[in-house]
Write a protein that binds this ligand. Structure first.
Ligand code: NDP
Length: 276
């Protein structure tokens, strides 16, 4: 089955599939199997990070896949302990080696370092170098809130293309999305299902029934209709497929507003202002 996954244009004119496959907490041989299955099922956008300790296994899945490299969109991230100009370049080279790739589609700073603007800027400058050398087709950040982004925007030569943040019903991060919109930065949603916690919310359960869709599908479509790219993770083939089957229905404006106005329900409790 083909899912007609739309593509979205980033601010440097490259295209990214509008749904990605999350891979955190998926490691070892199992990871290679799961990512291979995800590609087989139809995912073309894979999200990893050096911190997930699974880049080698993802590299194995990519090498064994029949899909052309140019049809895949691979994201990775530099972890907190490898920030700074030289460390970031070294970390990127390891990522590339582990993934067995010649370039990465999107490379992100995983978390901002709080109270260390210099380190965030130097790390960004390393990403700019990698971009200019063609080793990363696009560069961006993750978990950067409005004030973290302002520092990068005031000091950068190349604007971030993406900010990957925790985003799901009840956690919309309006200020961060506003500055992203103003600067043509695409927002990606990590934990778009709130690590599965959203599936227990009564409002979401009732709304999903109206569309004959699952709560997971409602959450992912809700991300897309808010112009946010979801990155769901599933180790189960049926749920992998379910999470791609989003392009044959539309949530009404009224229901989008209802979900948008939902209060905080649950989440990771990882605050970018204090997660050091
Ligand atoms: P998700 O919100 O994607 O939820 C994953 C959980 O939901 C799993 O337990 C999964 O179980 C379950 N699930 C998935 N699909 C369905 C479905 N259709 N029906 C019922 N249950 C379902 O959580 P993650 O935290 O994994 O976030 C997604 C990705 O975002 C990560 O894998 C990672 O790539 C990225 N991320 C980035 C962060 C950052 O700091 N930049 C931080 C955290 C995540 P099962 O596997 O059994 O289907």
């Amino acid at each position: 089955m083909s899912y007609n996954i739309e593509k979205i244009k980033l601010n440097n004119n490259i295209y990214m599939p509008s749904i990605g496959f999350g891979t955190s907490m998926v490691v070892g041989e199992e990871c290679a199997k799961i990512v291979k299955k995800a590609i087989e099922v139809g995912y073309r956008h894979i999200d990893t990070a050096s911190a997930y300790k699974n880049e080698k296994e993802i590299g194995k899945a990519l090498a064994e896949s029949d899909v052309n490299r140019k049809d895949l969109f691979i994201t990775s991230k530099v972890w907190k302990d490898s920030m700074g100009f030289d460390n970031t370049i070294r970390s990127f080279e390891n990522t590339l080696l582990d993934l067995g790739l010649e370039y990465i589609d999107l490379f992100l700073i995983h978390w901002p370092k709080n109270n260390d603007e210099k380190l965030n800027i130097e790390t960004w400058q390393a990403l700019e170098k990698l971009y200019k050398e063609g080793k990363a087709r696009a560069i961006g950040v993750s978990n950067f809130l409005e004030h973290h982004l302002k520092i990068i925007l005031d000091n950068c030569e190349i604007k971030p293309a993406v900010d990957q943040i925790e985003f799901h019903p009840g956690l919309m991060r309006e200020d961060t999305r506003k500055i992203c919109k103003e600067n043509d930065i695409i927002v990606e949603a990590w934990s778009p299902l709130g690590k599965g916690k959203m599936l227990k919310n009564e409002l979401l359960i009732e709304t999903a029934k109206k569309y004959n869709k699952s709560v997971a599908q409602l959450c992912l479509k809700w991300c897309l209709q808010n112009d946010v790219i979801p990155l769901p993770k599933s180790e189960n083939e049926i749920r992998m497929k379910e999470n791609l089957d989003l392009f044959d229905f539309q949530i009404s404006d009224e229901d989008i507003s209802l979900i948008n106005s939902m209060g905080y329900f649950d989440g990771s409790d990882m605050d970018p202002n204090s997660f050091n």
